[in-house]
Design a protein around this ligand. Structure first.
Ligand code: PNS
Length: 158
């Protein structure tokens, strides 16, 4: 059973995140989407809300489960039996940050491998922060996030 861990803040989940999860569903036996409990920035959605949104989005894949974590990512990877951590790369601007984290994770746990998936080009500009900004300013986010997330944003900002 080969398990991949797809970690993130998911505040909120976007179509870019789900694109990465979908790629993993065909490459791995099991995929754990790991929602960090205390993202450094103060989140718009609680961890329970982020988990519920992700579970609804991922119900279409029977080899995906959603879980929360705190502390070191590599400890959580060990806990769920994942030796592979998968992150999406949107553009070269992601690279500096991601390579630094993956090298630190490698230092901390040499048995955990970071893999990077290039996101769909149409999601290259997509981030949770920009989605929140657009939604806050009354812009249309329907094409950027799944329908349940668009509804949750509308409700939160009403
Ligand atoms: O969606 P994000 O905000 O880019 O996700 C970042 C995340 C959760 C993957 C990252 O913050 C993380 O791995 N946090 C766990 C803390 C950790 O292990 N730090 C030390 C190694 S870099």
């Amino acid at each position: 059973m080969i398990t991949a861990l797809v970690p993130g803040s998911f505040d909120p989940p976007t179509k870019g995140h789900l694109d990465v999860v979908e790629r993993c569903t065909t490459l791995f036996d099991q995929v754990v989407v790991g929602v960090i409990l205390n993202p450094s920035k103060s989140p718009m959605f609680t961890s329970d809300e982020r988990v519920a949104m992700l579970e609804e989005c991922c119900v279409q894949w029977d080899n995906v489960r959603v879980a929360t974590f705190q502390g070191l990512l590599v400890d959580f990877a060990h806990h769920v039996g994942a030796r592979t951590v998968v992150k999406g790369l949107r553009a070269v601007t992601d690279f500096d940050y991601e390579i630094q984290m993956s090298q630190m994770n490698r230092h901390l746990a040499g048995d955990v491998v970071s893999l990077f998936v290039a996101t769909k080009p149409e999601f290259g500009y997509l981030s949770s922060s920009l989605v929140k900004e657009v939604a806050r300013l009354g812009g249309d986010v329907e094409a950027l996030v799944p329908p349940n997330v668009a509804s949750a944003l509308k409700e939160r900002l009403a």
